[in-house]
Write a protein that binds this ligand. Structure first.
Ligand SMILES: Cc1cc2nc3c(=O)[nH]c(=O)nc-3n(C[C@H](O)[C@H](O)[C@H](O)COP(=O)(O)O)c2cc1C
Length: 170
């Protein structure tokens, strides 16, 4: 096993660098079944006086069903060497059509709440869902960088904010 649990307060990830280059795998489900997909949108910080992680999932993703039906989700930040392989496959193929985890040769591990993550990651956060809400076109104040992501490109994302309950690193 590569990854071991650490106190998340000791993590100092370069968030603005990670998201946009390495990105992450968002995974939800449990030992009976799960799905993963590449995400490029994510925030980490503090909300309601606790450490949180926020992710954005379009309703048409297969992963959305797992996000809805399970209490936990994880983000696994993979090494840059996975960019053209794992991250490409998991960001363009649907778990409805192929078993992405098997296809990419990823090793499943399980954290709090049986939440699945990947041993090949550089670091992982396990999060317990606290809050979910759909982004809403009526709330857009400056559409220039927002509206181009919708329409033909797909439905408005559901925002999931989870409490960070565990972290793992090498
Ligand atoms: C770099 C990159 C970032 C992505 N970020 C997101 C994201 O933040 N939210 C989202 O809903 N889809 C995102 N996607 C698209 C999903 O990863 C993609 O549609 C995936 O095939 C969905 O798989 P699924 O149907 O198995 O859930 C991203 C794709 C790529 C390549």
């Amino acid at each position: 096993m590569n990854l071991h649990p650490v106190d998340f307060r000791t993590l100092t990830p370069e968030i603005f660098q990670v998201f946009g280059t390495q990105n992450a795998l968002l995974t939800a489900g449990d030992r009976n079944g799960c799905n993963t997909m590449t995400i490029g949108w994510c925030q980490l910080g503090r909300l309601w006086s606790i450490p949180v992680c926020t992710v954005y999932v379009r309703p048409e993703r297969y992963t959305y069903q797992f996000m809805e039906s399970h209490d936990y989700f994880t983000i696994s930040v993979m090494p840059l060497s996975h960019k053209q392989t794992t991250m490409q496959v998991c960001g363009t193929q649907s778990g409805r059509d192929i078993n992405k985890i098997k296809e990419c040769g990823l090793t499943l591990r399980y954290g709090a709440g049986d939440a699945p993550f990947f041993d090949e990651a550089e670091w992982v956060l396990v999060c317990k869902k606290l809050y979910a809400q759909d982004l809403n076109e009526n709330c857009v104040l400056q559409g220039e960088n927002i509206l181009r992501h919708y329409g033909a490109k797909g439905g408005w994302h559901r925002v999931y904010t989870g409490e960070v309950v565990e972290a793992y690193t090498k």
